[in-house]
Design a protein around this ligand. Sequence first.
Ligand SMILES: [Mn+2]
Length: 231
Amino acid sequence: MIYVISDLHGYPHEKFLDLLNRAGFGKDDFLYILGDVVDRNGDGGVETLEWLMYQTNVQLLIGNHEAMLLGCSFVFDEITENSIDALTAEKIDMLTRYQLDGGDATLKAMQKLPKDTQQDILDYLRDCPLYETVSIGGRDFILVHSGLDNFAPDKKISDYTSEDLLWAWPELTTVYYKDIMTVFGHTPTLSFGDEYEGKIIKTETWIDIDVGTGFGRQPVLLRLDDMKEFR
Ligand SMILES: [Mn+2]
C-alpha cells in the first residue's frame, strides 16, 4: 500500500519510525515523504536523511527547505581562494534567509558529520524528484510539496516550474485537476483556521497533509489506498 507524510521538520527520527510501525508499514509498502524533512527542530532531520539514503521503499520529494539547503550547500565546500571568491553577496543573503527560516539546526547537525556523509546527503537530495504521480485502484494522484502555483486545468504537471511546486500557498477555495487528486504539505492546515488544528484537509481536488509538525504538532501518516490516518 502507498503511504504519504510531509513536513516532518526535524521530528525525532525514532518517533517517526514508531509511527511507521504503528501503521504496519512493511517492505511491500511504499512511502512518499512530500518534502521538508529538514529544519526547525532537533537535529533538523539530518538523522532521517541519513536513514533515507538507504531505503528502497521510501522516496523523499524535494520541499522548499531541501531546496534552500541545497542552495546553501557551498557552506560545506572546502575553504580555498576559489571558494572565497565564489562567496557572493547573493549567497550570503541566501544563507541568512535559510537560517532565519529554520535552517540553523540542519546546518549545525550537517557540520558534525564526516565530509563524505555530508556530500552523500547532498547528492541524495540532488536526485530527489519535485513530484511523483501514482495510480491506486484506478484513482490518480499527484504528490508534490506545496501544491500547484499558477495552476491551469490544461497544463501538464511537467510544465510547472520548481517555484510553482515548492512555494505555492493554496487557499481553501483553490481548485486543481478534476480527475487527479493533488496531495501536498507545506501549508500547515491550522493556518486555514483553528478548526483544522492537527487535521488533514480533504477537498474535491486536493489533500493537505501538513498538520504543523514543524510547529510542535504530531505528524499524521496517510494511507492513500483507504485514506486511513495514523498518528
Ligand atoms: Mn515547505
